[in-house]
Every structure is written in structure tokens, then in C-alpha cells.
Design a protein around this ligand. Structure first.
Ligand SMILES: *Cc1c(COP(=O)(O)O)cnc(C)c1O
Length: 425
């Protein structure tokens, strides 16, 4: 087989829509053909043309320990020898559920699914079933997977009214999602005043990290907690990225704000397909078979994926979080130094929280960006130049300026020295 990325991508495009199975992988809006990854190790990916890259995409978040962490690999090998799907009760999901509930106070029960999207879909249905209400409030700038009712953008009419951001979503579905800008208190209050009795839930990423990195004020998230409680609505924290990354208990642990439901994905499977809906037992027991909110899955709590998740989460010690933050700090400083030293990058800023970072053009007033409303207009163009330069140097960023960068534990040793060499090569 010809292994050049051009020939692989051409062939892909004949067999797969757009050549990819998830749109961001197509490098749309960039000048480069997608690289095809053949294997990975630690902080590096190796492509089919024999070139290696320091990976800052890390599968978009799950691989907090790095590629092919040896402990996870050995645990997966043992799991393989026991069989990889039973469609029946097994002890592995029990171990993972017990580990999570023992470490996160408000999580009394866990329902495992196969992706973040599925977790959100179930959380929304559960919220609606438990409150007997239909409407959901979501925020512009937050991503919650490709659930119909979440592919919604701001409309031009009444406060909160919205329209779908994808074709194929019935109006009847779109009308039950109301949208607000992040950090906008007034609109949320207005919606509750107008139709508080119809609001089932507010869903929010407590650290939005899918449209750049948009840190929120604690007071604002507390306001969302208070107004939902007061109106009999639920608060859903979508911690698919931030869960087990910002701390073991995610942003809710850091902020000391307890949502009614939390959705996890990405790290919870350590790179295998896992999502989870978590919360108090009384609420979770609305799900079938105890309750009338239906949810099921042929491959849910897949034994191999459960072992991958548990093996990953077990390594997330306080010490490792500390190492990860220190390493990220060094990497971010190095990027800043590099940008400051090159006139074509002097306008770039690096925003960072925990082991996440986001490179973006500076705002005129040099302020930290915290909402989609104050986004730099030259982001895509500016990112495209940087992406090509980095790719050439053997540094791989997620192929879209709206995506954040992910640092893993495997980046925190000699990779930092190697990054310096590659940047100034
Ligand atoms: C990635 C992500 C999702 C979707 O998860 P998938 O596993 O891609 O379906 C949902 N919410 C947030 C916050 C995410 O980052």
C-alpha cells in the first residue's frame, strides 16, 4: 500500500464521507493534507510517512497518561485474555463504579455508556423524565456532543430562542433548547421568569474547552446552581473534558459546586470508548430498569473499556496532578517565549488551566476570553499559519484553532527538552 498521506486521503475520500469519521480530522480550513497516524508511544505519534510529532491533541483528551501507558497496556492485555464483550453483568464495571463513587462525594451512582454524546443524551432524558419538564438551557460556546437537541445556536428573536446549527434537526426538537451567552446572568433570569416551570435543566461545561478555553467565574456557576435549585430545575455539569483532568473530581470538586447530574467521557475510558452519567442514587434510579426513563446499550460497560478506565483513573494521584500542572506550566511558558521571539507570532496569547492550553490571537484590550461573544475574528487564519509551522517542526496541535491543547503525564519529562529543540530548530 502506498503510505503517502496524499494517496491515503484520496482513497479515504472515496470510501468514507469527506475521508473521515469525525469532521475535525479532515484538516478543513488548513493548507495541509491530514497526516495518517500509524502508531503512538508516550507523548509522540508516528505517521505513515515515517515522521514523528510531539502530540498535543492526545486523542482530544482521553490520554492523560500519554499513549501506551505501560500499566494500562498490561491491564488491557490481561483483560483481552478474559474476553471482550459479555452483554451481561461482570465485575469490572462494578470496580470502576466503586472507585469513582468512593472518590467523588456527590456521585452515588454511575450508569456507563459508550461516549460523551451518549452520556449527555441520557442525562437530558433523565432530567426531563425526573422533572416532567421539556426545556433545556444551554450556552453558546459549550459543546455537548452531537445530540440533536444540543446542536443549537443562538437565534435572533426572543431572549434565549434558538435555531439548529445542523440540518436534519426537526424544529420541534430545536424549540425545546434555549440558549444564552456564557456569563450572561440577565438572559438566564429572564428565561426563568418567563417559563421557569418548563425548564428541566441547565447544561453547562463548567470549564468550556471546546470553543477555545473559556474559564468561567465561580460566582456565575454558583448563580446557575442557585437559580436551578430555586426553580425546581436540575443543573447538569458536562465534565467530559474537565472531569478527572482539572482534578479527580473535575471542576465541581475545584469549585465546590455540586451539580445534580454530571456527565463524563474521554479520560474515564483512558482511550477506550466510555461515557458515564453520575449523580445521587434517588435521581439515577429514574433510569430503567428501576424507573421509567429508558436507556440501554449492547456494548455498555464493555469489560475491556472498563479495565482501561480503571487502570487510568487509578494512576491519577495528587502527585501526578501536580506533575502535570508543573509540566504544562513549563510548556506554556516555552510557547509564550517562542511567540514573543518571532514577529509573525507576537500577537499570539496562550490561555491555560490545569493541563489544558489554548493558543489564540490577543484581544485588543489583552483580556482573557471567557465567552464566544468576544472571540478574535482572525483566529482561523492565524491558526492555519501556526499549525503548518508546528507540523513541519514535528509538533502536532489539534487541527482546528477552536480546539484546546492537551498535555499528558508523558509530556512532563524529557519531552519538554525536546520541544525546546523542535521549536527553535
Ligand atoms: C467531547 C465532548 C463531548 C462528546 O463526547 P464524544 O465522546 O465525542 O461523544 C460532550 N461534551 C463535552 C464537554 C466534550 O468535550
Amino acid at each position: 500500500m502506498n503510505k503517502s498521506k496524499e494517496s491515503l486521503f484520496e482513497k479515504s475520500k472515496t470510501l468514507v464521507p469527506g475521508g473521515v469519521h469525525s469532521p475535525v480530522r479532515s484538516f478543513k480550513g488548513l493548507n495541509t493534507t491530514p497526516i495518517f497516524i500509524e502508531r503512538a508511544e508516550g507523548a509522540k505519534i508516528y505517521d505513515t510517512e515515517g515522521k514523528d510529532y510531539i502530540d498535543f491533541c492526545m486523542s482530544f483528551g482521553p490520554l492523560i497518561l500519554g499513549h501506551r501507558n505501560k500499566t494500562v497496556e498490561n491491564d488491557l492485555k490481561s483483560a483481552l485474555e478474559r474476553g471482550w464483550s459479555f452483554g451481561a453483568c461482570e465485575p469490572y464495571s462494578l470496580e470502576l463504579a466503586e472507585f469513582i463513587t468512593s472518590k467523588i462525594d456527590f456521585v452515588e451512582q454511575v450508569r456507563f455508556v459508550n461516549s460523551g454524546t451518549e452520556a449527555v443524551m441520557t442525562a437530558l432524558r433523565l432530567a426531563r423524565g425526573a422533572t416532567k419538564r421539556d426545556k433545556i438551557i444551554k450556552f453558546n460556546g459549550c459543546y455537548h456532543g452531537h445530540v440533536d437537541s444540543m446542536l443549537i445556536k443562538a437565534g435572533s428573536g426572543l431572549a434565549g430562542e434558538a435555531e439548529s446549527s445542523s440540518k436534519g434537526i426537526p424544529e420541534g426538537v430545536a424549540k425545546d433548547t434555549l440558549t444564552c451567552e456564557l456569563d450572561d446572568r440577565e438572559t438566564v433570569e429572564e428565561i426563568f421568569k418567563r417559563e421557569g416551570a418548563n425548564i428541566a435543566a441547565i447544561i453547562v461545561e463548567p470549564l468550556p474547552a471546546n470553543n477555545g478555553l473559556l474559564p468561567q467565574r465561580k460566582e456565575y456557576l454558583q448563580f446557575l446552581r442557585d437559580i436551578t435549585k430555586k426553580n425546581g430545575a436540575l443543573l447538569i455539569f458536562d465534565e467530559v473534558i474537565s472531569g478527572f483532568r482539572m482534578s479527580f473530581s473535575g471542576m465541581s470538586g475545584i469549585l465546590g459546586i455540586t451539580p445534580d447530574l454530571v456527565t463524563y467521557g474521554k479520560i474515564i475510558g483512558g482511550g477506550l470508548p466510555v461515557g458515564a452519567i453520575c449523580g445521587k442514587r434517588a435521581l439515577l434510579e429514574n433510569l430503567a430498569p428501576m424507573g421509567d426513563v429508558y436507556q440501554a446499550g449492547t456494548l455498555s460497560a464493555n469489560p475491556l473499556a472498563m479495565v482501561g478506565g480503571l487502570s487510568t483513573l487509578r494512576q491519577l494521584t495528587e502527585e501526578n496532578y501536580k506533575k502535570l500542572e508543573e509540566g504544562t506550566g513549563k510548556i506554556v511558558e516555552m510557547f509564550r517565549e517562542y511567540f514573543a521571539s518571532k514577529s509573525q507570532y507576537a500577537h499570539l496569547k496562550v490561555q491555560s488551566r490545569g493541563s489544558l492550553f489554548w493558543i489564540h490571537p490577543a484581544m485588543p484590550d489583552d483580556q482573557e476570553i471567557s465567552s464566544l461573544a468576544d472571540f478574535p475574528s482572525n483566529l482561523a487564519e492565524s491558526f492555519s499559519i501556526l499549525f503548518d509551522d508546528f507540523l513541519e517542526k514535528g509538533i502536532y496541535l489539534a487541527p482546528n484553532g477552536y480546539e484546546v491543547g492537551f498535555v499528558s503525564l508523558a509530556h512532563c519529562d524529557q519531552t519538554i527538552t525536546e520541544l525546546r529543540k523542535r521549536l527553535w530548530s
